[in-house]
Design a protein around this ligand. Structure first.
Ligand SMILES: [Mg+2]
Length: 269
């Protein structure tokens, strides 16, 4: 484990979107010399909408510098689809499809994209996706649910834990026999891409802070990051730090909130 930290990756939902104290803590972190910061989120919203959401919550230019300081899985999804020239059947909310995937060819789809889409993950649409996957699987063993997002739970609009897209992806995998490819946390590819954006060659010199013990802690440590701090806000539930959900992988540190995480980082690195 490296004692030198050059980069801090920070989750957004449930980690920094938790009140005014978080804003002040982030500003303190940004004053640290030689520390690169990137916000890493599985949010299924567009870059622009996310930036607006953060600004509405009180994060000004000094806290969220610009759009390039945020990496979203939607952006990675766009990159993958366009790079592999896929045509997709997309289970995402209409507003997101219109803003981020409007140039995508959706005729004769050869992959299924699943994200957080409470209005789309219904019996009819899941059945359509299942039939498409079964048809693709029968014509090619290489078929995958190429671009899926796999969190098992999320905070719903009423701030209560709700079923995440990962549950529906598992259903499609089990019913069609097609394997999912994960975009976003906890995928190591997502973390590697984030470190690449920051110009960090040695993942042990990076630290992750988040409220999701699987996506933020296990994902980061699996990708080789030196440290992963779990915060007891957002989707954290009692006992998450005990390794029961993470095959025994433990957070480097578990603290009350992003404020405590920043205190630790500023005192130790
Ligand atoms: Mg979170």
């Amino acid at each position: 484990m490296s004692n030198t930290i050059k980069a801090v990756l920070i989750d957004i939902s449930g980690t920094i979107l938790v009140g005014q104290e978080a804003i002040q803590a982030l500003q303190r972190l940004q004053q640290q010399q030689n520390l690169k910061i990137l916000f890493l989120t599985n949010s299924s919203t567009s870059h622009a909408a996310l930036l607006q959401q953060l600004r509405s919550a009180g994060f000004d230019e000094s806290a969220i510098t610009n759009i390039n300081s945020i990496m979203t899985r939607v952006f990675q999804l766009q990159k993958k689809i366009s790079y592999t020239k896929q045509t997709a059947s997309i289970l995402l909310e209409d507003a997101l499809i219109e803003s981020e995937f409007n140039e995508l060819d959706m005729n004769d789809p050869n992959c299924v994209v699943v994200g957080l889409a409470p209005n789309k993950l219904n019996y009819q649409r899941l059945n359509e996706a299942y039939r498409l996957l079964a048809k693709l699987k029968s014509s090619s063993n290489d078929t995958t649910i190429d671009c899926s997002i796999q969190s098992k739970s999320h905070l719903g609009c009423n701030r209560e834990l709700s079923l995440g897209p990962g549950r529906f992806v598992s259903l499609l995998e089990q019913s069609s026999g097609v394997t999912a490819h994960v975009i976003g946390k906890p995928s190591s590819n997502f973390y590697n891409e984030a470190l690449s954006v920051l110009g960090i060659d040695d993942p042990s010199q990076a630290l992750m802070v988040g409220d999701d013990v699987v996506g933020d802690v296990k994902g980061a440590l699996d990708a080789g990051l030196g440290h992963a701090i779990l915060v007891k806000t957002g989707k954290y539930t009692a006992g998450d730090e005990n390794g029961n959900k993470t095959e025994g992988i433990l957070p480097t540190l578990t603290v009350g909130s992003i404020v405590d995480a920043v205190d630790y980082i500023c005192s130790n690195f």
